[in-house]
Design a protein around this ligand. Structure first.
Ligand SMILES: O=P(O)(O)OC[C@H]1O[C@](O)(COP(=O)(O)O)[C@@H](O)[C@@H]1O
Ligand SMILES: [Mg+2]
Ligand SMILES: [Mg+2]
Length: 331
């Protein structure tokens, strides 16, 4: 039986692909792998460890934080703080970005943006959740404290992005701009092994993912698109099948493997949509494009949007290229 290569071996083998490769980005990816293992272990026993339920406080978005949101945030912050590959970190669960300004961190070249736990509304129901990360090379001067500009970079400047999906198995999926690869965690050995090499988004599929409960709030174009996917057309395999988990990572992962489209449009209750550009939109867009898919706000390429605020939201349509282009025709 062919031996599966470990994530660690894969990172080292592909280090040569990184411009300015001196191992820092490899080390950073390894730190994210480590933090992911810790969060995975906590999530797997969440019901026993009394870390289900609410933390009793709100994040900057006005959402009540789950205990697991806080736990995952603390694990990633502590792990990345303890290992000197980044000079700053921004998170969905933190109002402002963190500056790591001791001598070691100030020399670091990268900043990280994270959604420590994606799909928070599903946690207590034991439904698949994830962690999303996005990595940029700093624009501020090495040796000086990180600045807001280091985080407000367009998605096209990402050097790496990915997610962990904590589902039937735990998989780490990432890109450094050279395609998308997935690694499944083997709890028996405690390592991630390459299980999904060179993932390609099928150009089209028969699955659509949208919270139709918000239908009345959607723009007309989205309403017409939903009606179109639900119409019978044997040639085009319509009506499409509706699949929506309430976890972006889970819906994206399924659609990337089997074909499909995910939509979280703007609406009367969410004028800019719900998802956050910097730690949900951009990393998923980078992965989608690297796998041959597409990500748009309906009119613009997500990765070309110039960020203005750390927690800004963006209407998000992402998935199989032909399906996203079809949806855009309705807008
Ligand atoms: O419940 P809604 O409004 O459909 O929103 C679900 C969406 O919100 C999210 O849960 C937002 O992410 P967080 O859980 O990280 O806040 C996405 O994962 C998901 O796609
Ligand atoms: Mg999220
Ligand atoms: Mg979250």
């Amino acid at each position: 039986m062919e031996r599966h290569i470990t994530l660690g071996e894969f990172i080292i083998e592909n280090q040569k692909d990184f411009p300015y490769a001196k191992g820092e980005l490899s080390a950073l990816l390894s730190s994210i792998r480590l933090a992911g293992k810790v969060v995975n272990q906590q999530i797997n026993k969440a019901g026993l460890a009394e870390i289900l339920g609410k933390a009793g406080k709100e994040n900057v978005q006005g959402e009540s934080q789950a205990k697991l949101d806080v736990m995952a945030n603390d694990v990633f912050v502590d792990t990345l703080r303890n290992r000197g590959e980044i000079c700053g970190l921004a998170s969905e669960e933190l109002e402002d970005f963190l500056v790591f300004d001791d001598e070691i961190h100030k020399k670091a070249k990268y900043v990280v943006l994270i959604d420590p736990l994606d799909g928070s509304s599903n946690i207590d129901a034991n439904i698949t959740v994830g962690t999303i990360f996005s990595i940029y090379r700093r624009v501020s001067k090495e040796g000086s404290p990180a600045t807001l500009e280091d985080f407000l970079q367009p998605g096209t400047k990402q050097v790496a992005a990915g997610y962990l999906i904590y589902g039937t198995s735990t998989i780490l999926v990432y890109t450094t701009g050279k395609g998308v690869n997935g690694f499944t965690f083997d709890p028996g050995i405690g390592s991630f092994f390459l299980s999904h090499p060179a993932i390609i988004f099928p150009p089209k599929g028969i699955t659509y993912s949208i919270n139709e409960g918000n239908y009345v709030h959607f723009p007309d174009g989205i309403k017409k698109y939903i009606k179109w996917v639900q119409q019978f057309d044997e040639k085009e395999n319509r009506p499409f099948t509706s699949r929506y988990t309430g976890s972006l990572v889970a819906d994206f992962h399924r659609n990337m493997l089997f074909g499909g489209i995910f939509l979280y449009p703007e609406g009367t209750t969410a004028p800019k949509g719900k998802l956050r550009l910097l730690y949900e939109g951009n990393p998923m867009a980078f992965l989608a494009e690297q796998a041959g898919g597409k990500a748009t706000d309906g009119f613009n390429r997500i990765m070309e949007i110039e960020p203005e605020e750390l927690h800004q939201r963006v209407p998000f349509i992402c998935g199989s290229k032909e399906m996203v282009e079809k949806a855009e025709e309705f807008l």
